[in-house]
Design a protein around this ligand. Structure first.
Ligand SMILES: NC(=O)c1ccc[n+]([C@@H]2O[C@H](COP(=O)([O-])OP(=O)(O)OC[C@H]3O[C@@H](n4cnc5c(N)ncnc54)[C@H](OP(=O)(O)O)[C@@H]3O)[C@@H](O)[C@H]2O)c1
Length: 231
Protein backbone atom coordinates (compact mmCIF):
# COMPACT_ATOMS: atom_id res chain seq x y z
CA UNK A 1 0.00 0.00 0.00
CA UNK A 2 1.57 3.36 -1.00
CA UNK A 3 1.93 5.91 1.79
CA UNK A 4 1.64 9.68 1.99
CA UNK A 5 2.18 12.14 4.83
CA UNK A 6 0.27 15.41 4.40
CA UNK A 7 0.39 18.55 6.56
CA UNK A 8 -2.64 20.80 7.11
CA UNK A 9 -5.33 18.19 6.41
CA UNK A 10 -8.14 19.59 8.56
CA UNK A 11 -9.55 21.79 5.79
CA UNK A 12 -9.11 23.08 2.25
CA UNK A 13 -6.74 21.46 -0.21
CA UNK A 14 -5.07 19.28 2.45
CA UNK A 15 -8.39 17.71 3.46
CA UNK A 16 -9.17 17.01 -0.20
CA UNK A 17 -5.75 15.37 -0.69
CA UNK A 18 -6.45 13.14 2.31
CA UNK A 19 -9.90 12.27 0.93
CA UNK A 20 -8.73 11.36 -2.58
CA UNK A 21 -5.64 9.38 -1.53
CA UNK A 22 -7.60 7.49 1.15
CA UNK A 23 -10.34 6.67 -1.36
CA UNK A 24 -7.70 5.27 -3.72
CA UNK A 25 -6.40 2.96 -0.98
CA UNK A 26 -3.26 4.85 0.08
CA UNK A 27 -2.11 4.79 3.68
CA UNK A 28 -2.59 8.44 4.67
CA UNK A 29 -0.76 10.04 7.59
CA UNK A 30 -3.03 13.06 7.94
CA UNK A 31 -1.48 15.81 10.03
CA UNK A 32 -3.05 18.94 11.43
CA UNK A 33 -2.65 21.23 14.41
CA UNK A 34 -5.67 20.00 16.37
CA UNK A 35 -6.88 16.52 15.34
CA UNK A 36 -9.32 16.53 18.28
CA UNK A 37 -11.16 19.52 16.75
CA UNK A 38 -10.86 18.47 13.08
CA UNK A 39 -14.43 17.24 12.60
CA UNK A 40 -14.36 16.79 8.80
CA UNK A 41 -11.07 14.91 8.99
CA UNK A 42 -12.34 12.74 11.83
CA UNK A 43 -15.40 11.82 9.73
CA UNK A 44 -13.12 10.91 6.84
CA UNK A 45 -11.00 8.73 9.11
CA UNK A 46 -14.13 6.98 10.41
CA UNK A 47 -14.99 6.08 6.80
CA UNK A 48 -11.47 5.10 5.71
CA UNK A 49 -9.45 2.98 8.11
CA UNK A 50 -6.30 3.69 6.06
CA UNK A 51 -6.17 7.27 7.47
CA UNK A 52 -4.45 8.03 10.75
CA UNK A 53 -4.56 11.45 12.40
CA UNK A 54 -1.45 13.12 13.83
CA UNK A 55 -0.98 16.37 15.72
CA UNK A 56 1.41 18.62 13.84
CA UNK A 57 1.97 22.35 14.01
CA UNK A 58 4.57 22.78 11.28
CA UNK A 59 5.88 25.93 12.98
CA UNK A 60 6.84 23.82 16.01
CA UNK A 61 10.07 21.93 15.33
CA UNK A 62 9.74 19.90 18.52
CA UNK A 63 6.40 18.56 17.29
CA UNK A 64 7.94 17.73 13.91
CA UNK A 65 10.75 15.83 15.69
CA UNK A 66 8.23 14.00 17.89
CA UNK A 67 6.17 12.87 14.89
CA UNK A 68 9.31 11.77 13.06
CA UNK A 69 10.22 9.70 16.14
CA UNK A 70 6.77 8.07 16.16
CA UNK A 71 7.02 7.21 12.45
CA UNK A 72 10.74 6.37 12.43
CA UNK A 73 10.40 2.98 10.72
CA UNK A 74 7.60 3.93 8.31
CA UNK A 75 8.40 4.23 4.59
CA UNK A 76 6.81 7.36 3.08
CA UNK A 77 6.24 7.46 -0.68
CA UNK A 78 5.20 11.11 -0.82
CA UNK A 79 5.98 13.77 1.78
CA UNK A 80 3.46 16.50 1.00
CA UNK A 81 4.01 19.93 2.52
CA UNK A 82 0.58 21.48 2.14
CA UNK A 83 0.08 23.65 5.25
CA UNK A 84 0.36 27.35 4.49
CA UNK A 85 -0.70 30.80 5.65
CA UNK A 86 -1.73 34.04 4.01
CA UNK A 87 -1.60 36.78 6.62
CA UNK A 88 -4.46 38.92 5.27
CA UNK A 89 -4.63 42.03 3.10
CA UNK A 90 -3.76 44.61 5.76
CA UNK A 91 -0.73 42.74 7.16
CA UNK A 92 0.51 42.06 3.60
CA UNK A 93 0.25 45.66 2.25
CA UNK A 94 2.89 48.36 1.99
CA UNK A 95 2.36 50.89 4.81
CA UNK A 96 0.83 48.38 7.23
CA UNK A 97 3.24 45.47 6.86
CA UNK A 98 3.12 43.19 9.89
CA UNK A 99 6.73 42.17 10.52
CA UNK A 100 5.92 39.76 13.33
CA UNK A 101 3.49 37.96 11.04
CA UNK A 102 6.13 38.01 8.31
CA UNK A 103 8.37 35.88 10.52
CA UNK A 104 5.47 33.52 11.22
CA UNK A 105 4.69 33.28 7.50
CA UNK A 106 8.29 32.26 6.84
CA UNK A 107 8.18 29.68 9.62
CA UNK A 108 5.07 28.01 8.17
CA UNK A 109 5.46 28.58 4.42
CA UNK A 110 9.24 28.17 4.11
CA UNK A 111 11.14 26.77 7.08
CA UNK A 112 8.67 23.94 7.70
CA UNK A 113 9.36 22.35 4.30
CA UNK A 114 13.10 22.28 5.02
CA UNK A 115 12.64 20.89 8.53
CA UNK A 116 10.17 18.24 7.32
CA UNK A 117 12.61 17.16 4.60
CA UNK A 118 15.46 16.91 7.12
CA UNK A 119 13.61 14.76 9.62
CA UNK A 120 11.62 12.56 7.20
CA UNK A 121 14.43 12.02 4.70
CA UNK A 122 15.11 8.41 5.72
CA UNK A 123 11.38 7.62 5.59
CA UNK A 124 11.18 8.97 2.04
CA UNK A 125 14.37 7.15 1.06
CA UNK A 126 12.68 3.89 2.19
CA UNK A 127 9.52 4.59 0.15
CA UNK A 128 9.09 3.45 -3.45
CA UNK A 129 8.07 6.76 -4.98
CA UNK A 130 10.68 8.83 -3.10
CA UNK A 131 9.03 12.20 -3.62
CA UNK A 132 8.99 15.41 -1.58
CA UNK A 133 6.39 17.95 -2.65
CA UNK A 134 5.59 21.50 -1.58
CA UNK A 135 2.46 23.45 -2.32
CA UNK A 136 3.86 26.76 -3.37
CA UNK A 137 2.01 29.41 -5.35
CA UNK A 138 2.31 31.29 -8.59
CA UNK A 139 2.39 34.31 -6.24
CA UNK A 140 5.88 33.14 -5.27
CA UNK A 141 7.03 33.59 -8.85
CA UNK A 142 9.05 36.76 -9.37
CA UNK A 143 8.76 36.45 -13.15
CA UNK A 144 4.96 36.47 -12.84
CA UNK A 145 4.67 39.30 -10.30
CA UNK A 146 3.00 42.12 -12.20
CA UNK A 147 0.63 43.27 -9.47
CA UNK A 148 2.87 43.71 -6.41
CA UNK A 149 1.60 43.55 -2.81
CA UNK A 150 1.24 40.37 -0.72
CA UNK A 151 4.79 40.88 0.57
CA UNK A 152 4.72 38.22 3.26
CA UNK A 153 3.11 35.54 1.16
CA UNK A 154 5.03 36.19 -2.06
CA UNK A 155 8.42 36.31 -0.33
CA UNK A 156 7.81 33.23 1.82
CA UNK A 157 6.67 31.20 -1.20
CA UNK A 158 9.60 32.47 -3.31
CA UNK A 159 11.95 31.38 -0.51
CA UNK A 160 10.13 28.04 -0.35
CA UNK A 161 10.82 27.62 -4.07
CA UNK A 162 14.52 28.25 -3.45
CA UNK A 163 14.55 25.67 -0.63
CA UNK A 164 12.89 23.07 -2.85
CA UNK A 165 15.32 23.62 -5.74
CA UNK A 166 18.28 23.12 -3.38
CA UNK A 167 16.64 19.97 -2.02
CA UNK A 168 16.18 18.72 -5.60
CA UNK A 169 19.88 19.19 -6.33
CA UNK A 170 21.08 17.77 -3.01
CA UNK A 171 18.78 14.73 -3.05
CA UNK A 172 19.11 13.65 -6.67
CA UNK A 173 22.12 11.38 -5.89
CA UNK A 174 19.85 9.54 -3.43
CA UNK A 175 17.21 9.26 -6.19
CA UNK A 176 14.77 11.34 -4.13
CA UNK A 177 12.65 13.68 -6.24
CA UNK A 178 11.32 17.12 -5.41
CA UNK A 179 8.33 18.91 -6.94
CA UNK A 180 7.04 22.44 -6.46
CA UNK A 181 3.32 22.64 -7.22
CA UNK A 182 0.88 25.51 -7.77
CA UNK A 183 -2.67 24.36 -7.00
CA UNK A 184 -4.36 27.05 -9.09
CA UNK A 185 -6.74 29.60 -7.57
CA UNK A 186 -8.83 27.30 -5.39
CA UNK A 187 -12.12 27.78 -3.52
CA UNK A 188 -10.94 27.32 0.07
CA UNK A 189 -10.76 29.59 3.11
CA UNK A 190 -7.53 30.98 1.65
CA UNK A 191 -8.63 31.20 -1.99
CA UNK A 192 -12.10 32.56 -1.14
CA UNK A 193 -15.46 31.88 -2.80
CA UNK A 194 -14.62 33.70 -6.05
CA UNK A 195 -11.68 31.41 -6.83
CA UNK A 196 -11.57 29.65 -10.19
CA UNK A 197 -11.57 25.95 -9.32
CA UNK A 198 -12.74 23.52 -6.66
CA UNK A 199 -10.35 21.74 -4.31
CA UNK A 200 -11.41 18.49 -5.99
CA UNK A 201 -10.30 19.69 -9.46
CA UNK A 202 -7.06 21.14 -8.10
CA UNK A 203 -6.12 18.00 -6.19
CA UNK A 204 -7.02 15.66 -9.09
CA UNK A 205 -4.74 17.72 -11.31
CA UNK A 206 -1.83 17.79 -8.84
CA UNK A 207 -2.16 14.05 -8.24
CA UNK A 208 -1.88 13.49 -11.99
CA UNK A 209 1.32 15.58 -12.03
CA UNK A 210 2.74 13.55 -9.11
CA UNK A 211 1.69 10.25 -10.74
CA UNK A 212 3.65 11.12 -13.87
CA UNK A 213 6.70 12.31 -11.94
CA UNK A 214 10.10 10.96 -13.01
CA UNK A 215 13.42 11.83 -11.36
CA UNK A 216 14.40 13.92 -14.40
CA UNK A 217 11.47 16.26 -13.46
CA UNK A 218 12.95 16.97 -10.03
CA UNK A 219 13.09 20.64 -9.09
CA UNK A 220 10.38 21.75 -11.52
CA UNK A 221 7.60 24.24 -10.73
CA UNK A 222 4.33 22.91 -12.14
CA UNK A 223 0.68 23.96 -11.95
CA UNK A 224 -2.26 21.64 -11.22
CA UNK A 225 -3.00 21.49 -14.96
CA UNK A 226 0.51 20.31 -15.81
CA UNK A 227 1.74 23.69 -17.06
CA UNK A 228 5.39 24.53 -16.26
CA UNK A 229 5.67 27.85 -14.40
CA UNK A 230 8.41 30.51 -14.45
CA UNK A 231 10.37 31.17 -11.27
N1 LIG B 1 -6.34 28.31 -2.21
C1 LIG B 1 -5.58 28.82 -3.16
O1 LIG B 1 -6.08 29.47 -4.10
C2 LIG B 1 -4.09 28.59 -3.15
C3 LIG B 1 -3.35 29.12 -4.22
C4 LIG B 1 -1.97 28.91 -4.24
C5 LIG B 1 -1.36 28.17 -3.23
N2 LIG B 1 -2.11 27.69 -2.20
C6 LIG B 1 -1.38 26.92 -1.17
O2 LIG B 1 -2.02 25.67 -0.97
C7 LIG B 1 -1.86 25.25 0.39
C8 LIG B 1 -3.22 24.91 0.99
O3 LIG B 1 -4.03 26.07 0.89
P1 LIG B 1 -5.59 26.11 1.20
O4 LIG B 1 -6.21 26.91 0.13
O5 LIG B 1 -6.11 24.76 1.51
O6 LIG B 1 -5.57 27.02 2.53
P2 LIG B 1 -6.53 27.04 3.80
O7 LIG B 1 -7.90 26.65 3.39
O8 LIG B 1 -6.30 28.36 4.43
O9 LIG B 1 -5.90 25.89 4.71
C9 LIG B 1 -4.61 26.05 5.21
C10 LIG B 1 -4.22 24.78 5.96
O10 LIG B 1 -2.88 24.98 6.47
C11 LIG B 1 -2.94 24.70 7.86
N3 LIG B 1 -1.93 25.42 8.63
C12 LIG B 1 -1.72 26.75 8.74
N4 LIG B 1 -0.71 26.98 9.63
C13 LIG B 1 -0.31 25.78 10.08
C14 LIG B 1 0.65 25.34 11.01
N5 LIG B 1 1.43 26.21 11.68
N6 LIG B 1 0.80 24.02 11.23
C15 LIG B 1 0.03 23.13 10.58
N7 LIG B 1 -0.93 23.45 9.72
C16 LIG B 1 -1.10 24.78 9.47
C17 LIG B 1 -4.34 25.11 8.29
O11 LIG B 1 -4.61 24.57 9.57
P3 LIG B 1 -5.45 25.40 10.71
O12 LIG B 1 -6.90 25.19 10.41
O13 LIG B 1 -4.98 24.78 11.98
O14 LIG B 1 -5.05 26.84 10.57
C18 LIG B 1 -5.14 24.52 7.15
O15 LIG B 1 -5.29 23.14 7.32
C19 LIG B 1 -1.14 26.40 1.10
O16 LIG B 1 0.22 26.14 1.18
C20 LIG B 1 -1.41 27.59 0.20
O17 LIG B 1 -0.42 28.58 0.32
C21 LIG B 1 -3.45 27.88 -2.13
Amino acid sequence: MPTILISGTNRGIGLEFARQYAQDGWRVYACCRHPDKARALQQLAEKHKNISLHALDVADHKQIDTLAGELHDVPIDILLNNAGVYAGASDESLGTLNYEMWGKSFRVNTLAAAKMAEVFLDNVACGEKKLIVALSSLMGSMADNGSGGSYLYRSSKAALNAVMVSLAVDLKPRRIGVLVLHPGWVKTDMGGPDAEISAETSVRGMRAVMDKFKLKDSGRFIAYDGQELPW
